[in-house]
Design a binder for this molecule. Structure first.
Ligand SMILES: [Zn+2]
Length: 140
């Protein structure tokens, strides 16, 4: 039995006492309970929506030791600090200013973007060279 049902039963019992003040207080209590129940339901709904947001895939892309978020078909937003996102779930934008990289203003993580970009370019060139070698061996 819920609190509202109990309050209704109490209101019926109290009416038998023939004390108008007590009846009024019980009716007031019923109203307060109904308000609380409505507010409670609103909070449950809000909590459910927030949980959904938290569980939704973040669609963050990992590249050069930083995260990027797809924005539209071609655009990307970011970069964001991986330490802050993986640890606290915060998307903190990396800041420039250093010649070789970016720094997180929150946790001070430094990412050497030049080395990362060079490594990515070398890996891409190696893949292309590998592909050319394979296609040449097919031709021979
Ligand atoms: Zn950080």
């Amino acid at each position: 039995m819920g609190a509202l049902d109990t309050a209704k039963e109490l209101a019926k019992l109290v009416q038998k006492l023939d004390n108008i003040e007590v009846v009024q207080k019980v009716i007031e209590l019923q109203g307060d309970l109904m308000e609380l129940q409505e507010r409670f339901q609103e909070l449950l709904d809000e909590n459910r929506d927030l949980k959904k947001k938290l569980e939704a895939p973040t669609e963050l892309l990992f590249q050069d030791n930083m995260y990027w978020r797809a924005k539209g078909k071609e655009e990307q937003e970011g970069p964001f600090c991986t330490k802050c996102f993986d640890g606290d779930g915060k998307t903190v934008r990396m800041h420039g200013g250093e010649s070789r990289g970016l720094t997180c203003p929150h946790c001070k993580t430094f990412v050497d973007t030049k080395t990362a970009a060079e490594n990515r370019r070398k890996a891409s060139q190696a893949r292309q060279a590998n592909r050319k070698d394979r296609s040449r061996s097919i031709l021979l």
